[in-house]
Design a protein around this ligand. Structure first.
Ligand SMILES: [Zn+2]
Ligand SMILES: [Zn+2]
Length: 258
């Protein structure tokens, strides 16, 4: 039986230096439930050390978490990398941290990077600055993610910075992303120009929440059998009746389908 699932697949925790410190696992789960989201992805910058705590917290309330990470490529392009389970994400995190420059964080300038428990108690601080490019290209990231059974989704792909369009000017025809996340400011133009070669790639919207209030502000509604990464993949491919039903933006109750 297929049913509609509301998903916000791009949410930061307090571990991202640019995110609010109130984004504890407990608060994230609370907000997702308030917003009636069925599944969310946790995607901190170049790290996943707060994902297990969010997964444990969510499990108590039957909320489904897709474990993920927002990686910054050598070309300064942000990519959402989403995985079927924690072990595959953990293995990917090891690779990313190996390729992250050894530059210490300056909390005064960039913000703190706390690793927390489910309640938000600080266990330790991540000392390496997380908002940096890793030494892997877009294509290297893609092949590593695919090898691990993950989804490769360029983040805010049409944004004016740190995106495919800002860095390359186009979506490379051989990149074959699973989907494209639309930037928050450009989400108004939901339907791509049919002459655009990337028009065939499914598009999603997410909140890219850096503070608790933003969770669920933009979301994608999917028709799935269950809230899993495998089902999301089927929806992106439009297979077996799975699909993206609608894109919901701030201020609108329903967006256009896509
Ligand atoms: Zn980003
Ligand atoms: Zn982000």
């Amino acid at each position: 039986m297929l049913k509609e699932y509301h998903a916000d697949l791009h949410i930061h925790t307090c571990l991202s230096p640019c995110a609010s410190l109130d984004l504890s696992p407990r608060r994230i789960v609370e907000r997702a439930l308030e917003e009636r989201l069925d599944l969310i992805a946790i995607t901190d910058h170049n790290i996943a050390r707060n994902v297990p705590a969010v997964m444990h917290q969510a499990e108590k309330f039957g909320l489904k978490i897709i474990p993920g990470m927002e990686v910054q490529s050598r070309e300064e392009i942000h990519i959402l990398t989403l995985f079927p389970d924690w072990p595959s994400l953990s293995a990917w995190q090891d690779v990313v941290l190996e390729h992250l420059p050894q530059i210490p964080n300056d909390p005064e300038f960039f913000g703190d990077q706390p690793i927390v428990d489910e309640e938000g108690n600080i266990l330790e601080f991540e000392e390496r600055l997380l908002i940096n490019s890793i030494d892997l290209s877009l294509n290297e990231i893609r092949s590593q993610v695919l090898q691990r059974g993950g989804l490769f989704i360029p983040a805010h792909f049409d944004k004016e910075s740190l995106s495919l369009i800002s860095q390359l000017g186009f979506v490379p025809f051989d990149l074959e992303p699973d989907a494209l996340e639309m930037g928050r400011k450009t989400q108004a133009a939901l339907l791509p120009d049919p002459r655009d070669p990337s028009a065939a790639v499914p598009r999603i919207v997410c909140s890219d929440a850096h503070q608790a209030e933003d969770i669920g502000r933009a979301r994608s509604v999917f028709l799935l059998a269950e809230p899993t990464l495998g089902e999301l993949r089927l929806a992106f491919q439009g297979k077996e009746g799975r699909k993206i039903v609608s894109l919901v933006l701030p201020g609108s109750s329903e967006g256009q389908g896509g």
